[in-house]
Design a protein around this ligand. Structure first.
Ligand SMILES: [Zn+2]
Length: 551
């Protein structure tokens, strides 16, 4: 479940970052100013990172920087993994080491009076790259293809090696022979449906086996049920009655479909893996097309669950929103993710236009938290922009413009303001009563920024941006429980991104939409502490009702 940031802080210890970053920043500035005045170094910028790198120092993380460490810290708060914590600690240690290195080097320069560094001592960049070998000659491609494992086994060794022959021929065997019937169900009634007469004759009869799974307390078992149906004639009223159209009876049962969908959605198994699992565990054979169809059947069944999710979200006080490109082979588009404390909803759109949001979120009266994509600007609801996004942008521009004093001034003023607010959030949580006190500082920040007549283009760009988003940057100070970052939405994009990564075949729109229905159900279950598979098995349609009874 998604946790409120402040509850998380009480449970876990924060890796030290804020204070150290400040002190280091100060020391770095002193050293760097020495360098920019008197020493020429063949680096792109006079930043600590470039200089230390030039001196042979390597950060274990490529992205390391002062502001980046703040971003890592916030990410760690939302998602407290050991990895992130180690990154932060490593960053702090390495940064200090880098500083020492630069300091020692400066000292050595003055001692040795050797102010030049020969270019031939520079390290050469690695020129080799990984990739697929493409042969210039078509013949070579063909030869290369024939060296592949499967080709060799099926076409070459098959003829000479007995074991390979056995393995390949077993692989091709179907598993049909294990489908012995566990249960027979006769669908013909004892008496006529219309007059109740018991004297009926069967005029047409057909049998069909359905393969399914039975869920027991201690596990899952395969079950094959043979149904018998057709048509009968009543000897009294002479009516011919159809019992069940055996042709329409699905070959695979509902439980089997639920099981496959769970593997696919919750565990992100490929169709091939599911096919192999079915074969190995249950001696059931199924094709890729069938696995895809299972997903569609179940997605259609949970459409109402999906629609309830967005309806409930619109009734809540908060929605996080984010979008990502869905460049899946065969189709281009965007996937929107909506998230709050207990629900996640995804929607596929063919364009990045935001018009659909007005209708979808028509009833929503809460606060929408988003990044700075201009598509959201015209939304009428109250909005909070993600401040981590803003820090990321500031940080990125800082890396490229480390000598821009005006920009630095804006950045440090905003940094101080935000740091004070975050301290309050850490201490009291997202409580309007305490956050309100920072409004005076916000006023002061804006007075300082607006009154400045900046010369640098970059400073002017940020000045405009701060003014444009004034209300949307600090709206959270007026509310209880409205986060100042969009981590929740970014977090909910992840499950989609992981799936997108694994797609190798082309998909149609319907397939993606079906997947998003089920992914919304899965993520909402997770946010509510509900087991997705248990929910599916229960036959319930409302996760909100189910989670109430589940407690
Ligand atoms: Zn009858």
């Amino acid at each position: 479940m998604w946790q409120d940031m402040n509850t998380m802080n009480k449970d876990s210890k924060l890796p030290n970052s804020g204070k150290t970053v400040l002190d280091k920043t100060l020391l770095t500035e002193v050293l760097i100013s020495l360098i920019s005045n008197d020493i020429y170094i063949p680096t792109y910028t006079n930043g600590l990172k470039d200089i230390a790198k030039y001196l042979g120092f390597n950060w274990s993380n490529e992205k390391a920087s002062g502001l980046q460490s703040i971003i890592w810290r916030f990410e760690w708060e939302i998602n407290p993994t050991t990895d992130l914590k180690n990154t932060l600690i490593a960053y702090n240690i390495e940064d200090s080491r880098a500083l020492m290195l630069v300091q020692n080097w400066l000292v050595s320069l003055s001692e040795n009076n050797d102010k030049t560094v020969l270019t031939n001592t520079l390290k050469r960049q690695n020129i080799f790259k990984w990739g697929v070998t493409v042969f210039a000659l078509e013949h070579f491609n063909e030869i290369n293809a024939k060296a592949y494992f499967d080709y060799q086994r099926q076409h070459i060794f098959l003829r000479t090696e007995r074991k390979v022959y056995k393995a390949v021929s077993n692989k091709q065997q179907s598993v049909k022979q294990y489908n012995h019937i566990d249960k027979r169900i006769n669908l013909f009634p004892d008496k006529c449906k219309y007059c109740g007469n018991k004297d009926i004759t069967i005029v047409r009869s057909a049998k069909k086996a359905q393969i399914d799974l039975t869920f027991m307390k201690s596990g899952i078992k395969k079950q094959v049920i043979e149904y018998e149906g057709g048509a009968y004639r009543c000897k009294k009223c002479q009516k011919i009655v159809m019992v069940e159209n055996m042709r329409r009876l699905p070959h695979y049962g509902h439980n089997l479909m639920l099981w496959s969908v769970n593997q696919k959605i919750q565990y992100r198994l490929s169709s091939d893996s599911i096919i192999n699992l079915l074969k190995d565990s249950f001696k059931i054979s199924a094709s890729t097309t069938q696995i895809t169809r299972f997903k569609k059947v179940i997605a259609d069944k949970y459409l109402e669950t999906y629609q309830e999710i967005i309806k409930k979200m619109c009734e809540s006080k908060l929605i996080h929103i984010d979008e990502t490109i869905a460049r899946i082979e065969g189709i281009d588009g965007y996937v929107w993710a909506f998230a709050n404390y207990d629900s996640v909803y995804y929607q596929f759109r063919e364009t990045r236009e935001t018009d659909f949001l007005k209708e979808l979120l028509q009833e929503f009266k809460g606060v929408l938290v988003s990044d700075f994509y201009t598509g959201y600007d015209s939304m009428e609801c109250k909005q909070q922009k993600c401040l981590v996004h803003l820090i990321r942008d500031l940080n990125e521009d800082f890396m490229k413009n480390q000598l821009n004093e005006e920009f630095k001034q804006i950045m440090s003023k905003f940094g101080n303001l935000l740091r004070n607010i975050i301290t309050t959030v850490d201490k009291y949580g997202l409580k309007q009563f305490h956050l309100n006190k920072h409004k005076k500082e916000v006023e002061k920040f804006y007075t300082d920024i607006i009154l400045q007549d900046f010369e640098s283009e970059l400073a002017v760009v940020y000045q405009k941006r701060f003014i444009k988003y004034r209300e949307k940057l600090f709206l959270f100070l007026n509310y209880d429980g409205i986060p100042w970052n969009n981590n929740n939405a970014e977090h909910s994009i992840k499950p989609f991104a992981k799936w997108r990564k694994k797609i190798t075949k082309s998909l149609n729109k319907q397939n993606i939409e079906g997947h998003l229905v089920l992914l919304s159900v899965l993520q909402t279950c997770k946010y509510q502490g509900v087991n997705f598979f248990e929910f599916l098995k229960s036959g319930e349609k409302s996760i909100y009702e189910y989670s109430k009874n589940d407690l």
